[in-house]
Design a protein around this ligand. Structure first.
Ligand code: ADP
Ligand code: UDP
Length: 237
């Protein structure tokens, strides 16, 4: 598949057109940002880990009945995906309190929830991705009620599948962010990426953080953490 013009450069990936109007090529960068772009840096090799991890996990999800945009891994950093119209909601699932949840509600990091939670943020950098109630999303015509129901079903499904899989790798899936989009026929698929940039992953034995929090919080050993989760994943997939 020939790579055509660059359509977009985001914080972590570049997106290119292809000869097929229904397909895009995404290219994963080593650039890292946090706090809505205020903190910037590089995590050497991150693009390769995120590309490969996302593809392995999406393939697994697809087999288990969750439709995804994944089409074909083209190289270490590049993947062919189905083009979607992104629904501008960050869909966040949590199993354990951390990050903004702990801060907002004064709950200690590590508090294990009774049941998983879901929340939406409006994907809008200028507004700082504010939390958004599903009624507000429907009111603003970002998604229909049926689409929100489908997204919730898929997101909780992804959580059950990934929680079990990461547990086999000795990793606890604390929380993660998903993005969904519409194909040209209107059906909803999982898009974007699933990686240590978008998930909190803790070593089940030691509680050590193996994700982007090492970068956000200046904990050091960022590259090693990404390499470690990738190693665990490839040993168990
Ligand atoms: P950001 O836009 O937040 O800086 P990235 O650097 O990851 O994020 O850029 C990738 C962009 O591509 C994101 O805006 C994401 O919503 C979008 N995207 C992901 N998957 C697809 C897809 N299958 N079709 C169209 N756009 C996609
Ligand atoms: N997350 C993400 N992109 C965002 C915001 C959050 O991938 O723009 C992921 C983050 O990595 C974590 C989960 O969503 O796994 C929940 O993040 P949280 O709301 O706790 O925010 P943070 O502490 O990252 O600001």
């Amino acid at each position: 598949m020939t790579k055509r013009q660059q359509l977009y450069e985001g914080k972590a990936k570049k997106v290119f057109a292809t000869d097929d109007p229904e397909l895009l090529i995404v290219s994963y960068k080593d650039d890292a940002t946090a706090f809505n772009g205020l903190k910037k840096g590089t995590i050497v090799g991150k693009g390769i880990v995120n590309n490969k991890m996302s593809n392995l996990l999406m393939k697994r999800l697809e087999k288990a009945g969750i439709p995804t945009h994944f089409t074909k891994e083209l190289s270490d950093r590049e993947t062919l995906v189905k083009k979607v119209s992104i629904i501008p909601l960050e869909v966040i699932i949590r199993n354990i309190a951390a990050g903004s949840f702990s801060k907002r509600y004064g709950v200690e990091e590590g508090f294990v929830f009774e049941t998983p939670t879901i929340e939406f943020s409006y994907k809008n950098d200028a507004l700082g991705d504010p939390l958004m109630d599903e009624y507000h999303a429907i009111a603003m015509k970002l998604a229909t009620k049926d689409e929100i129901e489908t997204i919730k079903k898929y997101a909780f499904g992804v959580n059950e599948l990934l929680k079990a899989f990461w547990a086999e790798c000795g990793v606890t899936l604390v929380d993660f962010k998903l993005e969904f989009g519409r194909l040209s026929d209107g059906s909803i698929v999982l898009a974007d990426e699933i990686s240590p940039d978008t998930c909190r992953l803790w070593d089940s034995a030691t509680g050590e953080k193996l994700d982007k929090d090492r970068f956000r919080r200046d904990l050091g050993g960022v590259e090693d953490a990404y390499a470690e989760v990738m190693k665990r994943l490839t040993q168990h997939i």
